[in-house]
Write a protein that binds this ligand. Structure first.
Ligand code: HEM
Length: 448
């Protein structure tokens, strides 16, 4: 049985049809041949986009010469009202300085410190789900709640029930419904001077979210100055001094970073966990294995590294449904990729979605096979064609964090519940992240 994959579009479509398909969904706007192509070109009247789907090219762009391929400003535009000058959008020296301050908060040792907060959030998720036993639940809704809880607990030491945290969470959901799709600008034939329209409600919601985050950040700044701040990620980041400039973030800069931690940290983890649970419901032998492995799980950071089955399953879900389906960079020097000249200003698209299913590289590319990571093909592809967190200097700051969170949540949930799919198979579509068009419905039973 092959887990859901969007139906590709016909080979030949007009630009107009393409734009229409694209507006509907990024994934089904692409033709089937992209799963076999090493590279593809999209021509628009104003600029060119190239999708690269060959490991050596992806390596050049992400790992070997990242400074020559900065983040595309076309893509950033859609997120500016919310994220301002956050590390997700900046380039060059500003970005480098921001990473120097943020990265230490996510190092291995700090992960151990954030573990109790993740554990508490996992327990809270199990308690919430317990209220739905015997019922059908829309699991993306639940995983969003759980991932938002993890972020607030680890960043600000507050649970999602906290008044401000709850408000931020609700406003983000409104934002998602009104915000444009992240990657749209990279493919659409709009010239750079063309005005980008933000709907009024998008701007209003962004302002409201930023207002709430400012409140949290200002309160924290005062607590730090009074020597009363809890030892969490926010305190760590706000008290870290950039070794090169001797400066730390001021409140405004910190608001931008908190906004991206919240967005990048909860949207993605929620998507990953929802698809992983769906796959476990579809392939019940795997949920039994995970439940068995988790039977003796206790609150101990080092115990997570022993959840090997859970990790293999989570990894496989990130391969099939990478939460960030595409990343866009801009060529700043003339390049020659394969037999094509790439002009300055061209968009270079790296698609984890396509690379993870590249038919010339992966055995059984569309199949669900958590055992693959033990095979030679799986190991090689993991090194060369697996980038759910991107790669190189711009790799996801939260990659280690997300792997602990995802594996822990998965094991905790399946330790307590048996899940079965309900209704039609979910249809993956790309919004901010890869989501299901009509939600993912699962029936929940208690294990004991
Ligand atoms: C399963 C969960 C996650 C996935 C799949 C994921 C994936 C990614 C990817 C692919 C990028 C690169 C995007 C690009 O270059 O266009 C990224 C960047 C980023 N992620 Fe994550 N992420 C996850 C969880 C998290 C968490 C939990 C946090 C923080 C708490 C986080 C914070 C960030 C930040 C700050 C960046 C920007 C890094 C930069 O541009 O220098 N992510 N993530």
């Amino acid at each position: 049985m092959i887990p859901p994959k969007p139906a590709p579009r016909p080979e030949k479509v007009t630009l107009r049809q393409y734009v229409k398909l694209f507006r509907k969904d990024l994934l089904s706007a692409q033709p089937a041949k992209l799963y076999r192509a090493w590279m593809a070109e999209f021509r628009t009247p104003f600029f060119r986009s190239y999708m690269i789907n060959q490991p050596s090219l992806v390596k050049t762009v992400l790992k070997e010469r990242p400074d020559d391929f900065p983040k595309s400003q076309r893509v950033s535009e859609g997120l500016k009202p919310l994220l301002g000058e956050s590390v997700f959008l900046t380039n060059g020296e500003v970005w480098k300085r921001q990473r120097r301050i943020i990265d230490p908060a996510f190092e291995g040792g700090r992960l151990r410190d954030t573990f109790p907060a993740m554990w508490a959030a996992s327990e809270a998720a199990v308690t919430r789900l317990d209220g739905h036993v015997g019922q059908v639940v829309e699991i993306e809704e639940e995983t969003s709640h759980a991932a938002a809880d993890v972020i607030f607990r680890t960043l600000f030491s507050i649970p999602i029930e906290h008044e401000v945290a709850g408000k931020v969470f609700d406003e983000f959901r409104t934002y998602q419904r009104s915000a444009p799709i992240v990657n749209l600008g990279a493919f659409l034939p709009l010239p750079r001077w063309f005005p980008r329209f933000f709907r009024k409600d998008t701007k209003r919601t962004a302002a409201s979210i930023r207002g709430l985050i400012t409140q949290l950040t200002e309160e924290r700044m005062q607590a730090i100055q009074a020597g009363e701040a809890p030892d969490d990620l926010a305190t760590k980041i706000m008290t870290t001094v950039d070794p090169e400039t001797g400066k730390s973030f001021d409140t405004n800069e910190m608001v931008d970073q908190v906004a991206i931690f919240f967005l990048a940290g909860h949207e993605t983890s929620a998507s990953a966990l929802a698809w992983t649970l769906y796959l476990c419901a579809l392939f019940p032998e795997w949920q039994e294995k995970i439940a068995e492995e988790a039977a003796d799980l206790i609150e101990d950071f080092s115990a997570v590294s022993k959840l090997k089955i859970s990790r293999d399953v989570f990894r496989e879900a990130l391969r099939l449904y990478p939460p960030v389906p595409m990343m866009v960079r801009e060529a700043t020097c003339p390049e020659h990729f394969r037999d094509r000249d790439i002009a300055v200003g061209s968009q270079v698209v790296i698609s984890p979605w396509h690379l993870h299913r590249q038919e010339r590289l992966w055995d059984n590319p569309d199949g669900f096979d958590p055992m693959r990571w033990q095979t030679d093909n799986g190991k090689q592809c993991m090194r060369e064609a697996y980038v759910p967190f991107s790669a190189g200097s711009r790799v996801c700051t939260g990659a280690g964090f997300a792997m602990v969170e995802g594996v822990l949540m998965l094991s905790m949930i399946l330790k307590h519940f048996r899940i079965t799919p309900v209704g039609d198979a979910p249809v993956p579509i790309a919004h901010l992240t890869v989501r299901s068009r009509d939600g993912i419905n699962l029936r929940l039973e208690r294990r004991f």
